[in-house]
Design a protein around this ligand. Structure first.
Ligand SMILES: C[S@@+](CC[C@H](N)C(=O)[O-])C[C@H]1O[C@@H](n2cnc3c(N)ncnc32)[C@H](O)[C@@H]1O
Length: 294
């Protein structure tokens, strides 16, 4: 019996899903690149592999994110392992990463800087930051990554290992695991950077968006306004570490509709802070950068 060819599989798939997704699914099953799939349409595909492709195409058609089907997602030019317990890294988050890199490159990094990523998920934020910086900057960085989900931390650890990035992972809510210790009050510390892409959707937004229902709700939704977790985090930044003698830079990813309310919250909890809003590639407010001198 003749084998099905890549071209035939693509023809069947493109009636049901995006051509790009189909190419990536076939490439994943055949353990080849997308370029190979495009260039070798006449190549025969074994029965078992064809069946696997068809199964994944059916799942994709039902709305399963491509990244969960292949177990991988490209973010900031790096490959990250993902599964259903973590949010699939988004291109919007690259704006936050770029802002932190810019901040670290302009810092006087002669002394130690602490970087804390709150709600780390796959670990994509601190890993992408570290991999993009020169060793002389990263060698003076002490990195912590916190998540309330133990399963997410497992994936984040895997990604850090894969990319050779040294991160201390902590389980718990917001900054609590670090505030319990005195790690932030190191005398030699020069600056503190806090990054957070915490859940910021309202329940209404979540219910209205069919495409995100396959991802963990706990990674996406935060109360009535979506800003509940950011407010708690701001309270933590203000209170126990307010006697810190060095500047604190805070980077939050937000929904574009939240730029005014988040600025009001920052003014409430960190009245002396300087705040700047950065836009994503579609020109929508996406990242809030705050510099706070205690
Ligand atoms: C929107 S996802 C972002 C994941 C990752 N930082 C990214 O940008 O792809 C939010 C993450 O925050 C975590 N999270 C939710 N509530 C938290 C809390 N109270 N403390 C720490 N992490 C929390 C979730 O488990 C999830 O991994």
């Amino acid at each position: 019996m003749r084998q099905t060819t890549i071209k035939q599989l693509l023809q069947q798939a493109r009636e049901r899903i995006d051509l790009l997704d189909a190419e990536l699914i076939i490439a994943f099953v055949l353990k080849k690149t997308r370029e190979f799939v495009i260039a070798h349409g006449e190549c025969g595909v074994r029965k078992f592999a064809s069946a696997q492709v068809c199964k994944l195409i059916r799942k994709r058609e039902r709305g399963e994110p491509l990244a969960y089907l292949t177990g991988h997602k490209d973010f900031f030019g790096l490959d990250f392992a993902v599964n259903k317990s973590v949010l699939v890294p988004r291109p919007e988050t690259e704006v936050l990463v770029e802002s932190v890199i810019e901040c670290l490159m302009t810092e006087d990094i002669g002394h130690r800087t602490i970087l804390i990523d709150v709600g780390t998920g796959s670990g994509c934020i601190p890993i992408a930051i570290t991999k993009s910086l020169h060793h002389h900057i990263t060698s003076s960085l002490k990195i912590f990554a916190i998540d309330i989900s133990k399963v997410a931390l497992r994936i984040a650890r895997l990604n850090a290992k894969k990319h050779g990035v040294k991160i201390k992972f902590l389980h718990g809510s917001l900054l609590t695991p670090l505030l319990k210790t005195c790690k932030l009050a190191r005398p030699q510390t020069h600056a503190l950077i806090i990054t957070a892409n915490l859940p910021y959707l309202t329940l209404k937004q979540y219910r209205q968006s069919a495409s995100i229902k396959r991802e963990p709700k706990n990674a996406l939704v935060a109360g009535k306004t979506g800003l509940g977790l950011y407010e708690k985090l701001l309270k933590q930044i203000r209170s126990p570490i307010s006697n810190i003698q060095y500047p604190i830079s805070v980077f939050f990813e937000i929904d574009p509709s939240q730029s005014k309310p988040i600025v009001r919250l920052i003014e409430k909890y960190l009245p002396k802070a300087v705040v700047e809003i950065k836009k994503d590639l579609s020109g929508r407010d996406r990242v809030v950068e705050t510099i706070y001198f205690a």
